[in-house]
Design a protein around this ligand. Structure first.
Ligand code: S3P
Length: 442
């Protein structure tokens, strides 16, 4: 089967400098915001992946023009409320929850009906979380069980809302902020902390958005119906993609890696905080600010002994896409690690909490679960001896990449990992970079 990778040996010690793929969340937000800016924007270093291509295709369908230049993408934005939605338009959001949920907010003010569909994984994910606030704005949505496919009818008479976002979901928060841009008046959001790239980008564009930060919640006020000026933006590297290489290095012997130009926005670096508490050798150099986002170079070295962790659930949102990797480190730690309130983890491209528990059990790690809290009984001596086959994970890109990292660091006679194509979603270069630092993968 060509869509399967085979791994027979762990990676040899390496000392390298790498660049990983561009940030997916920021790439998608650049496209969404430049499409409603009035005029031509230039986006450099845009992630080249399926989620991003699907975003461009969706925006083309509502009248936005794109031209690929030598080293940037030119986006001809149509201004607030400038989308043209033709009859019988279907938007295919593919695998991307971010595209699907944010696009609904972006189109809230467009009167013509459209349909939204997605792939098998996205069609299992909850849309009630955005249907509720969109209904309050005045958008009509028809769906079966709050799942895709859905039929959407926006309105040019949107009402500003007061909304309490209590899941810590940046997709929901962004959906509401984007709807608010189309709405006359002030929309107020009390949002449990989550990645804040949308707010940062709007501030960088001098848009009238106010954010009052509290410990657990942010209070956001968005004044609608102002035009957005076109912009230039260079997308930094993705901490979520870098994380596979961080954990690869930590769990390998005598290795060192420098990962350049990574977005280290405080709302994204939960993994670094958690791993450092577990004794990981990680340093950030060359910190700098770019358009409201913090960027740095991450230096990571192999670490021999890891401590277990009693992980505060306030860190969940800032590490939400990295838990599969954190669990892998917990498996090699001394003692029992505890993680709580991981309900959102089961709402991702696959039910990742269930998938992770099955994976850990497959490699001989004891895990206990009570509701959405888990305990991982670490084994610092863990060296695998058997053969392993990773399959049935709804083509979840992060499950595929975590499995490859496990195979390259934990041993095992022979690993087969299905659905290699999943990396196209967020990190098409993943296997090539691994091969360049010495991994043997066929
Ligand atoms: C994302 C937000 C997170 C994250 C996803 C990207 C975003 O999802 O898991 O990979 O770009 O806003 P939730 O907002 O649903 O937690």
């Amino acid at each position: 089967m060509s869509n399967q990778v085979k791994i027979k040996e762990t990676i040899k010690p390496f000392k390298k400098k790498i660049f990983v793929s561009s940030d997916k969340s920021i790439s998608i937000r650049c496209l969404l915001l430049s499409s409603i800016a009035l005029g031509k924007s230039k986006i450099y270093n845009l992630l080249q992946s399926e989620d991003v291509i699907d975003t461009i295709k969706a925006l083309k369908k509502v009248g936005v023009n794109f031209v690929s230049k030598k080293n940037y993408l030119e986006v001809s934005g149509v201004g607030i409320n400038g989308f043209k939605i033709k009859k019988n338009t279907t938007i295919n959001a593919g695998n991307s929850g971010t595209l699907a949920r944010c696009f609904l907010g972006l189109c809230a003010g467009s009167k013509n009906k459209f349909k939204m569909i997605g792939d098998k994984s996205l069609s299992k994910r909850d849309f009630l979380r955005v249907i509720e606030p969109l209904n309050l704005f005045g958008v009509k949505i028809k769906s079966k069980n709050n799942l895709l496919p859905i039929e959407v009818t926006g309105t040019d008479m949107l009402r500003p809302i007061n909304f309490n976002e209590n899941k810590g979901s940046a997709q929901v928060k962004t959906c509401v902020i984007l709807s608010a841009l189309n709405t006359r008046g002030i929309t107020k959001i009390k949002a449990k902390k989550s990645r804040n790239h949308t707010e940062q980008m709007l501030k960088f564009l001098d848009y009238p958005i106010k954010v009052k930060k509290n410990k657990i919640y942010d209070l956001i006020e968005v004044e609608g119906s102002h035009q957005i000026k076109p912009f230039k933006y260079k997308v930094p590297g993705d901490i979520s993609s870098a994380s596979f290489f961080i954990v690869l290095t930590l769990l390998s012997k005598n290795s060192e890696l420098l990962i350049k130009n990574i977005n280290i926005n405080p709302t994204r670096i939960g993994i670094l905080k958690i791993l450092k508490k577990m004794n990981a050798n990680i340093k950030i150099n060359n910190k700098r600010n770019y358009n409201g986002e913090l960027i740095g170079d991450i230096k990571v070295k192999s670490t021999k002994k890891f401590n277990s962790i009693n992980c505060k659930s306030q860190l969940n949102s800032s590490a939400i896409d990295e838990f599969l990797l954190i669990f892998l480190v917990a498996s090699k730690s001394k003692g029992v690690s505890i993680f709580r309130n991981l309900d959102e983890l089961n709402k991702k491209e696959s039910p990742r909490l269930n998938v992770a528990i099955n994976f850990l059990k497959m490699i001989g790690i004891k895990v206990s679960r009570k509701n959405n809290n888990i305990k991982i009984f670490g084994n610092p001596q863990l060296i695998l001896k058997n053969t392993y086959h990773v399959k049935n994970f709804l083509k979840d890109h992060r499950v595929f990449m975590m499995s490859v990292v496990a195979a390259l660091t934990l041993g095992g006679k022979f690993w087969k990992i299905n659905d290699k194509d999943a990396i196209k979603t967020s990190f098409p270069n993943f296997l090539n970079i691994l091969k360049n630092i010495g991994a043997k993968i066929s």
